[in-house]
Design a binder for this molecule. Sequence first.
Ligand code: C2E
Ligand code: CA
Ligand code: CA
Length: 717
Amino acid sequence: MPAQAPGSAAEPDGLEDRLQRFATIWSRAVFPVTATSLTRPEIERHLLPLARDLSDALHGRPFDPAPAHRVGAALVAAHCTDPDALSRSLGVVDSYLVLYCGGDGEPEELRARCARLQHALAAGFAQALRERTLVEQEAIARSALVARTFAEQALHATEARFRAVFEGAALGIGIADLDGNVLEVNGALTRMFGGLEHHVRGRKVSEWVHPEDAPHVWKLYGELVRGERDDFRVEKAFYRGDGTVLWTNLTVSLLRDADGVPQYQLALMEDTTERRLLNLRLRYEATHDALTGLPNRTLFFERLDKVLSSGDGTRFGLCYLDLDGFKAINDSLGHAAGDRLLVEVADRLQSVATRPGEMVARLGGDEFVALTTGTDTEQQADELAHRILGALATPVRLDGRELTVRGSVGIVEGPAGERGPAEVLRSADITMYRAKAAGGNRFERADPEADARAITRHGLTTALPAALDRGEFFIEYQPLVHLGDGSVHGAEALVRWCHPQHGVLGPDRFIPLAEHTGLIVPLGRWVLQEAVRQARFWNRSHADGGPLRINVNLSPTQLHHPNLVADTVDVLERSGLDPGALCLEVTESALIGADEDLLKPLRQLADMGVDIALDDFGTGYSNLANLRRLPVSVLKLDRSFTQSMQQHPIDPVDLKIVEGIVSLAHSLELAVTVEGVETGAQAEQLRELGCDTAQGWYYARPGAPDRIHSLVLADAV
Ligand code: C2E
Ligand code: CA
Ligand code: CA
């Protein structure tokens, strides 16, 4: 929605009218708490452009909350500085902005934007107020100087002129002798103390000790009355006659007679009580979660930082809680229900973490933390985690329905002084994920080794995409050998990552991560392209003999990718490699329970002549009857079978199993490859059992492509 020029009457949906109404409501809300001489309609005129700014910001593309920040500052500039003026303004924005100015925007988004506008408004207000306070303090310092000059002149010259300054001042002014007897006070000062003159005049300055006095206040005072200093300025609290507390910015100056001998002291006071309250309130809002009222991340970090930096044998225990399946509740029952659930969880947590040194906070979303401190936190932390899980055990009633809430807790415990808050929290987060991965509804304790692994894993995951762009991956080839005559019949492409810090990493270190993040698709495509190009090169330079075959591994995600067939066809066509020279290896587990939709791309590839191998066959799930249904032409027997051929004597049952698999495979016209052949004895045994091809260190470890080339040439010779 474009910004409207003020007063453009032709506005079709009456936005201008609605802005006007919004400004009216706003002015009614803030007028009673505004300390200016403006009338309500005048305030309304003042608020109208601010309302327009908020409305424009609500619809801005891209969204930018900065105008609301300026609106907060504008409120301060308009003397709407009372704490209530802010909370009332926030209330009006919350209830009416979307209602009157939302137009036909998407409600969820408008609400979210409105909340952010309120935050920006409050922040703008607080900042402007702080800045104004600084300016005012300077003004007070200046007026203190002026008043002193006046007072000095007045004492020596016209009493009348002094009186006028004295009584007319908005600041509280009082005069006392050097023994501290209060001689004169003006109306403003009397009003600050509650309006009764005898509560101030005739008292002694020394009676005004307050428990919150800074230590240096009375030292400065002593120096002043002894004539050792001319003035001082402090923040000081006083008790009023009715026992309430008055906070002031206090400036005290020494008045000397014409010969320079100290005679009186002059106090200038500015009432800062309201401002302090507002600051406390703003601080509260900045450090507490608006939904649950719990301390928020900011306050929690402050507290944790304090605990962690205290020495003397202090220990801490931190429980990091994340609700299990909260997103599902939010999605199915709606955000309002989700919010109520969080409030209920917050209440329960708070009611179980009440011992000295314990605190609960909400970090955001469905993540909470509980902290315990003391000397015996090793036990306390576990115990606190028990209490937390126990607090969740009773189902939550929401809209007449019973919801079972569960959570996962990561515990970090240890002595203060070793780690910072960010590190501790990260460890707790990692540990919480471990609890979640183990099925949830449980707690786990942090384990530095598991942390380190998770951190490396995280580092590797984030480095993966750039690594592909920078060409840090390379392929090693391991020959596939005919068991009958020992000739090289092809090679399997095995990817490696040459990591700039960690050196060469094997696929087990990063394939699962790439799989998890989806990077496996471009990485897998690169491997295919590279391996096929390599195979084509071998076959060109070695035209006699049969063509060398190339085996490439496919991960489950690649199998599900819609472009699998198109990409493979493209790679083959570009290189000119015969489809019959390519074999794609798919793990047995990826095909368990596969339906026709999943098998279709493989079937298409098989129809083109590409071989499909069932990798790691026999690792537990095999349903041999199922094999018939799959578009597979090769079985790769898992390494565990080969290992069992190593024992002396070989277990006859193992022999029978392999023999059975081989004969079944052959009856289904599948070739059998064995992996992990490390000794000649194994190779001989497997050959006798009828296996067709083999792969393993006995023949060659995976290596550079030219190794394969020379092996083939040696064969040919
Ligand atoms: P795999 O497909 O079962 O590959 C065979 C693994 O056994 C290779 O490990 C190989 O180095 C190792 N090996 C070969 N001969 C012997 C032997 O005689 N004894 C022993 N103990 N091991 C032997 P590698 O290279 O670490 O690969 C591990 C797995 O990573 C592979 O298992 C494969 O599943 C996966 N992988 C490798 N490259 C790729 C790729 O480009 N894409 C995908 N998706 N996965 C890949
Ligand atoms: Ca393989
Ligand atoms: Ca394998």
